[in-house]
Each structure stands twice: as structure tokens, then as C-alpha cells.
Design a protein around this ligand. Structure first.
Ligand code: SF4
Length: 320
């Protein structure tokens, strides 16, 4: 099947304020691809670079180096003007539905904004029917069209954000922790709705989350990031069945287990300590400062990500 999105050796460094030489290694040599109509879940702790990776893919940030291929076309070095048509194909849903919507705008204007920005309509009233239909598709009512964003709950606001993202009929949606800020009771509804849209419209998703439980039911493949690096990548079922990287095993162990008996029998050790600084990244394997399985070589040589078994990629010296 064709790739909708392919990222090759993507790097994004940010300069450190008041420093000539230091940089934040936010995304460092990350490669992955997502087939049309599929979902890649990207997980890791805060500060691991997953959100920066998505923001670089959609070109909020300019990449330091690497390629971003949308339907085979590299957009990494395109100008903002050249990106205009690509942006219709790719939209983003952000974590905080309170920050992403201007509470003093009415729903009709909020959802029409991308259509106006892309010169499809001139004023929101021209898209009244389309917006009403979209509101119903995201589980709101068409009567909501003249209400202000501040009148809605977090879950309803995220539905408005999804309507805004879908109104341009994109092929790819970058979902940056779209359910993390919502009540647990609402999270499943939003995930199910996103899955339904994927089935109906053949959408491709990059779905970012900070733990493995959140991407379990949406992802075809899962990638795990640590301190700017992709450390493990494989099919979703495989990562839960047979995680290989010590960091992935630690992330899995931090998923709450409802049964006390199973919790006591936990197979994988948890992760202790804090994530290292992305400015002064550790030598060798970046995870060695917290790894319970580290070898001598780990402090000296950085492991490359390699295919260990069929479509299962790991960056760790434990695997040859
Ligand atoms: Fe641990 Fe070494 Fe593997 Fe890094 S390379 S995860 S330190 S065993």
C-alpha cells in the first residue's frame, strides 16, 4: 500500500537563548512512514520530542534537516507560500481545546476559518449548510452554530476542533494528544469518533500520546520516542505482546493494571529517574542514565535503530 506520509532522518534543533553553541535536540534523526488510511501512534514522556516532530511535519517549525514526504512530495524545504496547497491535505488537532479556539468567536466563524484561509469561501455564511452538517457529524447540533466557543465543555470544544480540521477534507491528520486534557468518560467517545471518520473517509493519522494505553485501540503501528530519538517501532499488537527496548518495557509497566494480583506479577520494571536534558544529551545511548539493563558499551556508543525481526525496529545494544 502507498505511504501517505514518510519522514526520513528528520532533525529539529532549537538554538538555546544566550548561547552561541548549544542547541535543544528536540527531534534527532527520526524516520517512519504511515500507509494511507492507517494510524501510527507515537508515544513517549513529555519532552521526548513527539509534539515537535508533528509540528515540524506540518511545518509550524522548519526542519533542521531531513525529508517530509507527503504522497511522495518532499515538503521539508518548501516556502510558506508553496505549502499552502499541501496544508489542505494535512491538518492538526491540538491537545488543549481551550487554547486552540478563540472563545469569543462563534462556532460558524471558527469552523469556516480554514475555508476562508484557503480562499474557498469569502465569508462564513456561505458555508452555513456545510458547517451544520459537519457539526452533526462530530456529535454536536446544528443549533450550536451561532454559539460562542466559551459556552462549550472541553469535549465539545475538541469536537469543534475536529470539525475545523475536517472541513478542508484533508488526507492526513496529526493528532497531538487530542484526548489527554479531557475527562476519561469523554476520551473513548472522541477516540471512537476519530476511528469512525478514518473508516468513512480513509484518513491517515499520526496519533500522539504520552503513554501506551492511549494509543492501544487506535494504532496500527506504534513508535516510541525518547529524548528526540525513535527507539522502537513495530506493529501495535507486537509492542504490547513483545516489547524489546527497556524504555518501552518501562512505559508498559506504568500503565495502571486493574487487578492487584496482576499488578504484583508485573513482568517489566518501571522507569526511575528523570529524562535527561535535551541540551546536554547523554553520550552513547540516551537512555543509559535510567536503563536497568545497560551494558558497558551503552555509555560510549549510540545504538542505531535496526530491524530485529519482521518490521520490528529497535535502537538498543541488547539486540544484534
Ligand atoms: Fe539500555 Fe543499553 Fe539498550 Fe540503551 S542501549 S536501552 S542503555 S541496554
Amino acid at each position: 500500500m502507498k505511504n501517505a506520509l514518510e519522514v526520513k532522518k528528520l532533525v529539529k534543533y532549537f538554538p538555546v537563548k544566550n548561547s552561541k553553541n548549544q542547541v535543544v535536540h528536540a527531534v534527532d534523526n527520526v524516520s517512519f512512514s504511515i500507509q494511507k488510511g492507517k494510524t501510527l501512534g507515537l508515544v513517549g514522556e513529555s519532552g521526548c520530542g513527539k509534539s515537535t516532530c508533528a509540528r515540524t511535519i506540518i511545518r509550524i517549525h522548519k526542519p533542521t534537516s531531513g525529508e517530509i514526504l507527503i504522497d511522495g512530495e518532499n515538503i521539508a524545504n518548501k516556502s510558506q507560500k508553496e505549502l499552502q496547497s499541501i496544508r489542505r491535505k494535512m491538518q492538526m488537532i491540538f491537545q488543549d481545546p481551550y487554547a486552540s479556539l478563540n472563545g469569543r468567536m462563534i462556532v460558524r466563524d471558527l469552523i469556516a476559518e480554514p475555508l476562508i484561509a484557503h480562499n474557498i469561501i469569502r465569508r462564513s455564511s456561505e458555508a452555513q449548510d456545510l458547517i451544520e452538517e459537519m457539526l452533526e457529524r462530530v456529535g454536536l447540533q446544528k443549533e450550536h452554530i451561532n454559539r460562542y466557543a466559551h459556552e462549550f465543555s472541553g469535549g465539545q470544544r475538541q469536537r469543534i476542533c475536529i470539525a475545523r480540521a475536517l472541513i478542508l477534507k484533508p488526507d492526513i491528520i496529526l493528532c497531538d494528544e487530542p484526548i489527554s486534557a479531557l475527562d476519561v468518560s469523554i476520551q473513548a467517545q472522541i477516540v471512537n469518533m476519530l476511528k469512525q471518520f478514518q473508516n468513512d473517509l480513509g484518513l491517515t493519522y499520526l496519533f500522539i500520546a504520552h503513554d501506551l494505553s492511549m494509543v492501544r485501540y487506535v494504532s496500527d503501528d506504534v513508535g516510541v520516542m525518547y529524548l528526540g530519538k525513535l527507539v522502537e517501532l513495530c506493529e501495535a499488537v507486537e509492542i504490547y505482546r513483545k516489547p524489546l527496548h527497556p524504555y518501552t518495557k518501562g512505559l508498559l509497566s506504568s500503565i495502571p493494571i486493574p487487578s492487584p494480583k496482576l499488578a504484583r506479577e508485573k513482568v517489566h520494571p518501571g522507569i526511575t529517574g528523570d529524562i535527561a536534558s535535551p541540551i546536554n544529551v547523554p553520550t552513547g545511548c540516551r537512555f543509559h542514565t535510567r536503563c536497568k539493563e545497560k551494558l558497558k558499551v551503552c555509555e560510549e556508543i549510540e545504538p542505531e535503530i535496526k530491524e530485529i525481526s519482521d518490521n520490528h525496529y529497535v535502537a538498543c545494544h541488547l539486540y544484534k
